[in-house]
Design a protein around this ligand. Sequence first.
Ligand code: SAM
Length: 170
Amino acid sequence: MTQQPAHPSLPVSDEVGRLYDRYTDLGSATLGENLHFGYWDSPDSTAPLNEAADRLTDLMTVRLRIGPGSRVLDLGCGTGAPGCRIAQRTGADVTGISVSHKQVQLANELAASLNLRDRVRFERADAMNPPYADGSFDAVIALESIIHMPDRAQVLSHVAGCCGPADGWS
Ligand SMILES: C[S@@+](CC[C@H](N)C(=O)[O-])C[C@H]1O[C@@H](n2cnc3c(N)ncnc32)[C@H](O)[C@@H]1O
């Protein structure tokens, strides 16, 4: 059944997924592997976008205290570059979700090409209703994805549950 927006100006997850199915190749060709903004650490930095984007991923990884064995949910995973980077650099176990079938396919191909399939998986799922039991993850990262979600309070309350009540939010 076609999803209806809660309000005409709010995004609809299936439509967002179809948009990314269509435009992911274009985005990857122009922006590179990451589909989020960068972090430049000084005003005169000449770092290219992809390097600055990786820096933002690394900064968030440190802030979330992700380490070996951490169970990480990447909410709105794009084509998998941030999730794979986190897994490679920390030894964490990463699950990424996207509403785009095409992105999920590309992300799993990337994980396979990096020999990460035992610790990294990408699934087609809607962050508005994630299919994970409470306490499934230790940390959740969302890089430039929550902007697409029609009810942020709903998403954040699911995220808090996924991370479990004790030590979920970092
Ligand atoms: C701008 S891209 C960012 C991708 C990735 N975080 C990165 O930095 O490369 C936005 C991502 O959010 C995902 N997204 C948007 N709405 C979503 C939803 N309701 N549930 C899950 N993913 C969603 C899109 O499919 C896309 O992967």
